[in-house]
Design a protein around this ligand. Structure first.
Ligand code: TGC
Ligand code: FAD
Length: 390
C-alpha cells in the first residue's frame, strides 16, 4: 500500500507552475502504480526490473530536457528535477537508471555528438528501445578520472579501444555505452561503443548491499574496433565528462529529496500509530525532535534544489553550486533514512517498509557522481581558489 503524502512545509508548490505540478503528479502516480508494488522484491532478488523501462520513458524520465525533435520531452530543468524526485521516492536505483540514460548518455550525444549520432541514438534512447551506460570510472581511477588508462589508437578507418571501466550502472544490459578514453596524445574523448562490437563485454558486479534493484557492472574493451563515426567530436578533455556529471548531479540533488520524503512520511505515520507506554511514540519529545529536524532539513533541501533549478533554467548554475546541492541533499537524505529507521524500531529493518532500502541505496548515492569528500573539496576550491585535491 502507498499512502504517501508529499511534505510541503513552506508552500513551495506555490512557486511551481501548473505544468510542473502535472508532470510531477504523472511521475508520482506511475511510481505508486508500477514501481512501489514490485521494487522491494526486485531489490531483495538483486534484479533490475526491466518491466519499468517503458514506464520510465512514459513519464519523460529519459531525456526530460532533450528537445522533442530528438525524442526528448523538451521540458525545463525544474521538471527534470521533479521527475527525479518522484522516481527516487520509489528507489534510488530506478532513478540511477534514468539519470544515466538522460544525463550521462543522451546529454553527451545531444551536446557533443554529430547530427547523425543524434538522429541514430537519441530517439531510441528516449523510448527505452536502447538502454545506455556511461564509462568514466576505472578500477584504479575513481575520484581522479583524469589519470584514466583506457585508450584508443587511430587505425585509419577505425579506432582500436583497450581498457576497462568499473562500477558502471546499467552496464550488464546496455545497448550502447558512452566511454571516455585517451587518444595517443593523452587527450580524453568520448566514444559510443555498441553491444555486439567484437571484444566488448559487460560482466555484472554481484553481492552489492546497496542499489540492488540497479544493475552494475564492468565495461571491458579488448581490441574493440570502434567506427570513426562513433567519436563524439563536439568536446574533448575532462571537462566533457564532467559537464555530463553536472547534469546528473543536479538530478540527484532533487532525487535525494524524494528518498528523504518517503522516509519522513513513513516514519511520521508510523510514529502516530505505534503505541508504547500507553501513547503514540510521536508524543515523546525524542521522536518529535527526529521528525521536526527531518521536515526542517527536507524544506531547506527543497529550497536549495528549486533555486538551483531556476539557475539551471537561466544557464547560470555553476558546477560548484551543483556540487553543494548534491552533497547537502544526499547527506540530508541519508541522515533522515537512518533516523527514520530508528523510529520504526525493529520493523525498520524489514522489507515491509522502504526505509532500510533507501538507507542502503543512499550509501551508493553519497559515493557515486563524486564522493561526499570530493564535493566538499570542490566547494573548498571554489571559495578559496586553492585546490586541496592533489
Ligand atoms: P580539473 O583540472 O579541475 O578540471 C579539468 C577540466 O574540467 C573542467 N571542469 C569541469 N567542466 C565541467 N563541469 C565540471 N563540473 C567541471 N569541473 C572541472 C575544468 O575547468 C578543466 O577544464 P580545462 O578546459 O581547463 O581542461 O580536474 P581535476 O583532475 O583536478 O579533477 C577535479 C575533480 C576531482 C573535481 C573531478 O575529477 C571530479 O569531479 N572527480 C569525481 C569523479 C566523479 O564524479 N565520477 C563520477 C563517475 S559517473 C557516476 O558515478 C555515475 S553514477 C550512476 C548514476 O548517476 O546514477
Ligand atoms: P576512491 O576515489 O578510491 O575514493 C576512496 C575514498 O577516498 C573516498 O572516501 C574518497 O572521498 C576519498 N578520496 C579520494 N580522493 C581524495 C582526495 N583528493 N582528498 C580526500 N579524500 C579523497 N562510475 C561511472 O563512471 N559510471 C557509472 O555508471 C557509475 N555507477 C556507479 C554505481 C554504483 C552503485 C557505484 C557504487 C559507483 C558507480 N560509479 C560509476 C563509480 C563512482 O563514481 C565511484 O565509485 C566514485 O567516483 C568514487 O571512486 P572510487 O570508488 O574509486 O573511490
Amino acid at each position: 500500500q502507498d499512502t504517501f503524502q508529499a511534505p510541503d512545509y513552506y508552500n513551495i508548490d506555490d512557486l511551481l507552475t501548473e505544468e510542473h505540478q502535472m508532470i510531477r503528479q504523472a511521475a508520482r502516480d506511475w511510481v505508486k502504480r508500477d514501481v512501489s508494488p514490485i521494487i522491494e522484491e526486485a531489490a531483495q532478488k538483486a534484479e533490475f526490473p526491466k518491466s519499468i523501462i517503458e514506464g520510465l520513458a512514459g513519464v519523460g524520465a529519459f531525456g526530460p530536457y532533450i528537445p522533442e525533435e530528438y525524442g526528448g520531452a523538451g521540458l525545463d530543468q525544474i521538471s527534470y528535477g521533479l521527475i527525479m524526485q518522484e522516481i527516487e521516492r520509489g528507489d534510488s536505483g530506478v532513478r540511477s537508471t534514468a539519470s544515466v540514460q538522460s544525463s550521462l548518455v543522451m546529454f553527451p550525444i545531444y551536446a557533443y555528438g554529430t547530427e547523425e549520432q543524434r538522429k541514430k541514438f537519441l530517439p531510441k534512447l528516449a523510448t527505452g528501445e536502447f538502454m545506455g551506460s556511461f564509462g568514466l570510472t576505472e578500477p584504479d581511477h575513481g575520484s581522479n578520472p583524469s589519470s584514466m588508462t583506457t585508450h584508443f589508437e587511430d587505425k585509419g578507418d577505425h579506432y582500436l579501444l583497450n581498457g576497462a571501466k568499473m562500477w558502471i550502472s546499467n552496464s550488464p544490459f546496455c545497448d550502447v555505452a558512452v566511454v571516455w578514453a585517451k587518444n595517443e596524445e593523452g587527450r580524453i574523448h568520448g566514444l559510443i561503443v555498441e553491444r555486439g562490437m567484437e571484444g566488448f563485454s559487460t560482466p555484472e558486479t554481484h553481492n552489492k548491499w546497496s542499489l540492488r534493484a540497479s544493475a552494475t557492472g564492468e565495461l571491458i574493451f579488448q581490441d574493440v574496433k570502434v567506427p570513426k563515426e562513433n567519436l563524439l567530436t563536439g568536446k574533448s578533455g575532462l571537462g566533457a565528462p564532467l559537464s555530463c556529471l553536472d547534469s546528473a548531479r543536479y538530478g540527484i540533488a532533487w532525487g535525494a529529496i524524494g528518498a528523504a520524503m518517503d522516509c519522513y512520511d513513513t516514519a511520521l505515520r508510523y510514529a502516530k500509530e505505534r503505541i508504547q507506554f500507553g501513547k503514540p511514540i510521536a508524543g515523546f519529545q525524542l521522536q518529535q525532535k527526529k521528525l521536526a529536524e527531518m521536515i526542517t532539513e527536507i524544506t531547506k533541501a527543497q529550497l536549495l534544489a528549486l533555486r538551483l533549478g531556476q539557475l539551471k533554467n537561466e544557464d547560470k548554475a555553476t558546477s560548484a553550486q551543483i556540487s553543494m546541492a548534491k552533497r547537502n541533499n544526499v547527506e540530508m537524505a541519508i541522515n533522515i533514512a537512518r533516523e527514520a529507521r530508528q523510529i520504526l524500531g525493529g520493523m525498520g529493518i524489514t522489507g515491509e517498509y522502504s526505509i532500510m532500502r533507501h538507507m542502503m541505496n543512499l550509501e551508493s548515492v553519497i559515493t557515486y557522481e563524486g564522493t561526499h569528500d570530493i564535493h566538499l573539496l570542490i566547494t573548498g576550491l571554489d571559495i578559496t581558489g586553492i585546490s586541496a585535491f592533489k
